[in-house]
Ligand binder design. Structure first.
Ligand code: NAP
Length: 289
């Protein structure tokens, strides 16, 4: 049973326009605050253009950012990268086992995910922003029902209206097999067992030459260094991070392989890698099924 929902969140003008020149149409502080409140602490998923449209092309703070880009060599820092729609679906499907996923744009991603979306937070902007990219008119879709709308308010000098649409017949995400190669790795007993019993689904390594050959879909075969026992997992997403500190601050320690009663600190990774090598390559978080 899935606990999470797919939620699209956006603002659109009177023609359902959402962007131009890879940027937003309006400066709307109240809508921005609503977006921040809704998505903070959650998983957000976006297309590469939307990531590149953010200040400094940096991911959103206090959120797990998933980015879909067509080019396999584009692995952006501090985000979980996937490169095909089937990979995107598979990763989102895993997240939905525990929590909601917010689809935050842009136009191409909203469109491709809409049939599977449960809820849409749509801020209607009562103006024409001269858009180049557009959202769909939900009032013309039989399966989308307006379930909530608030009285229009002024956001600066522009009138906006917060609306919520529900999809009464969302489709299940299509699941395709993802191609990948076989890769052998070893693990110490503690993390191996944490993975075996389902708590650990993030493996941390250095983003060195060897790890740069990894792809989403690769099958990792882990051997317990102490007992020789084996288990296999598939890569759902690859996330080069700026530091182990950021990884430890971003995910519950159990997902990294620690027990509840264990202290978890980034310097633990120095047991495996020298400070010099960590500084040279930076860490890679590997998200597993
Ligand atoms: N109003 C709002 O609330 C709101 C919110 C978010 C964004 N926006 C606006 O939306 C605009 C960006 O939208 P967009 O449609 O241009 O970009 P986008 O959806 O953010 O990103 C498109 C990117 O995703 C990749 N991609 C899409 N589908 C794919 C697939 N099936 N497989 C692999 N890769 C895939 C594309 O690769 P290729 O380019 O290689 O095809 C492209 O790199 C901007 O103007 C932004 O400001 C508005």
């Amino acid at each position: 049973m899935k606990k999470g929902r797919i939620i699209e969140i956006l603002n659109a003008d009177c023609k359902y326009g959402i962007g131009k020149r890879n940027g937003l149409l309006f400066h709307l502080p109240k809508d921005m605050a609503f977006f921040r409140t809704q998505t903070s602490g959650h998983v957000v998923a976006m297309g590469e253009n939307t990531l590149l449209s953010f200040p400094g092309s940096k991911p959103l703070k206090n959120r797990t950012n998933i980015v879909l880009s067509m080019d396999k060599t584009h692995n952006h820092q501090n985000v979980i990268n996937v490169h095909t729609l089937p990979q995107f679906f598979r990763l989102i499907d895993k997240v939905l086992e525990n929590e909601d996923v917010y689809i935050i744009g842009g136009a191409s991603i909203y469109r491709q995910l809409l049939p599977y979306t449960n809820l849409v937070y749509l801020t209607k902007v009562h103006a024409d922003g001269g858009a180049e990219v557009f959202y769909e008119n939900l009032d013309e879709k039989d399966n989308f029902k307006l379930v909530h709308s608030e009285a229009p308010i002024m956001d600066g000098d522009i009138e906006i209206e917060f609306c919520t649409y529900e999809n009464v017949s969302p489709l299940p995400l299509p699941m395709e097999d993802i191609e990948g190669k076989d890769v052998e790795l070893t693990l110490f007993k503690g993390p191996f067992e944490a993975m075996k019993y389902g708590q650990k689904d993030i493996e941390m390594r250095l983003y060195d030459e060897k790890r740069r050959t990894l792809d989403v879909g690769d099958r990792l075969h882990f051997e317990n260094r102490e007992t020789g026992e084996r288990l296999s997992r598939t890569i759902l997403g690859l996330a080069p991070f700026d530091s182990f500190d950021t990884i430890y601050a971003s995910f519950p320690k159990e997902r990294l392989g620690y027990k509840k009663e264990e202290e978890a600190k980034p310097s633990d990774m120095e047991t495996y890698y020298s400070k010099d090598r960590i500084a040279q390559y930076g860490p890679l978080a590997i998200f597993l099924d």
